[in-house]
Write a protein that binds this ligand. Structure first.
Ligand code: SF4
Ligand code: SF4
Length: 445
């Protein structure tokens, strides 16, 4: 009997490549009626999915159909933006061999790739508040995750990552890079120089997080964007939270635009960022309890990067509140609540073109091409937590020789997690609390 996709995903360290890194073997441990592939790639400048779909469409369709059969699904759908005409044609052509796979073209709106939004757009079903696609019979996988399952079938673990490098670099595009490579070495491959005038984001301009030059690429790094420090995208990330709360108190005019355009609000969730930001700015000073509405925030950035004309950030406030709610173990009162779509949703969705011009990134090129570049790092830093769940446990020790593709950390007994593999051969330099470092090269003796 051939090994199941679920087992391959566990054995070869496959996790969601486009989000938080949910272990794929856990996701595939389900019987559903629809498998949905998220090829929306809704963050501006990122082209990983386009490159993979253009290059590997027949292979991706073959794997998708196997996943569909394994999960008992009667249908599989691949969602891609209609504006990517050429790639759309390539995947449509490849899908013809599979009667139970359909390609679903999406409008160019943000955030098309949010799971709640995507499931609604493609299936018409609504995921309950704080729920999962599984709650309405759907498993959602990222395009690269699917590709990684195909690699696993060939015995190749997840040790390299497709990453779009764009912004202030000479050769923007999508690169296949070793996990553990530092951001600054990756950016240098694309002809970028890091100095005090720029900052790096891990991810897209809307949801990406600041990354230090020495921070390593992980299994979930989808993009490295190098942007000037005075770009609004970076200013949004570096403004201190205290300043945001202070400003909210003095300048939030309660225009409600952040709520009117909030994609989760428009799907019918009980989230009203205009109220949260104001209440939080006052509560901050008196130490009042955090507002559980923050549980419903996807951190998509539509409120701060697009809606608010006063430069306020309900998203950052929600992030703060989520941290407090988690620490205080506050129950989520919205969990499982059914939602009803807002009647004006259709007219309030955000066109990506307008978003790009507001972000001040319209002049950056990001071609959907696979770039050839050989990384030659001296050291790799393999984080033990590159996924949702428990950190992996090292199975090597300092001084050990490791071959390329060898497992260096295992899923802890009885926990949810994912294995970690080294992309390059070398000697284990040290085992830290949160990582394993490898000195690349040399010989086994
Ligand atoms: S859009 Fe800005 S100013 Fe208007 S309510 Fe929201 S945070 Fe306040
Ligand atoms: S980041 Fe803002 S727009 Fe997005 S879900 Fe949260 S509150 Fe709504």
């Amino acid at each position: 009997m051939s090994t199941t996709m679920k087992q391959l995903a566990r054995d070869y360290g496959v996790v969601g490549a486009g989000g938080a890194g949910f272990p794929t073997h856990v996701k595939l441990n389900a019987q559903v009626d629809t498998i949905l592939i998220n090829g929306a790639e809704c963050e501006p400048l990122i082209t990983v999915d386009q490159v993979l779909m253009r290059t590997y469409a027949p292979e991706l369709m073959r794997i998708l159909d196997q996943v569909r059969v394994e999960c008992g699904a009667k249908e599989a759908a691949l969602a891609i933006k209609a504006k990517h005409q050429e790639v759309l044609q390539v995947v449509e052509e490849a899908s013809r061999a599979y009667p139970y796979i359909r390609v679903h073209p999406l409008e160019d709106k943000y955030p098309a790739g949010d799971e709640q939004v995507l499931v609604y757009e493609v299936t018409g079903r609504l995921i309950p508040s704080s729920g999962l696609p599984l709650d309405c019979g759907v498993v959602v996988l990222n395009v690269e995750t699917l590709w990684n399952l195909g690699q696993a079938q060939q015995g190749v673990p997840v040790a390299n990552k497709w990453v779009t490098i764009a912004g202030e670099v000479e050769r923007p595009g999508t690169y296949k890079l070793p996990v553990g490579l530092s951001a600054q070495e990756a950016v240098a491959l694309a002809g970028g120089v890091l100095d005090e005038t720029v900052a790096i984001l891990d991810g897209g301009p809307m949801m990406g997080k600041l990354k230090a030059p020495k921070d390593p690429i992980t299994k979930t790094t989808k993009a490295l964007l190098v942007l000037p420090r005075d770009n609004p995208v970076i200013e949004n990330r570096i403004t201190p939270l205290e300043a945001i709360l202070r400003q909210a108190k003095s300048v939030c005019c309660q225009c409600s635009l952040c709520t009117d355009l909030c994609p989760r609000h428009l799907l019918g969730h009980d989230i009203e960022p205009n109220k949260t930001i104001l209440a939080a700015s006052y509560a901050w000073e008196v130490g009042a309890a955090a507002i559980p509405q923050a549980y419903l925030c996807s951190e998509c950035g539509a409120c701060d990067m697009y809606a608010c004309t006063m430069g306020l950030s309900p998203r950052r406030v929600n992030q703060m509140l989520k941290g407090i709610l988690a620490r205080e173990k506050t129950p989520n009162p919205y969990k499982g609540k059914a939602v009803t779509v807002h009647e004006e949703r259709e007219y309030r969705r955000i066109p990506t073109k307008r978003l790009v011009s507001r972000l001040g990134i319209g002049h950056y090129d990001s071609p959907d091409v696979s770039m050839q570049a050989q990384a030659a790092p001296q050291q790799l830093t393999l984080l033990l937590r590159q996924h949702v769940g428990a950190p992996s446990v090292p199975v090597v020790k300092a001084g050990d020789w490791v071959e390329a593709g060898q497992m260096v950390a295992e899923i802890p007994e009885g926990a949810m997690g994912s294995r970690i593999f080294t992309p390059l051969a070398g000697r284990v330099e040290a085992i830290h609390a949160d990582s394993v470092t490898i000195q690349v090269g040399g010989t086994a003796q």
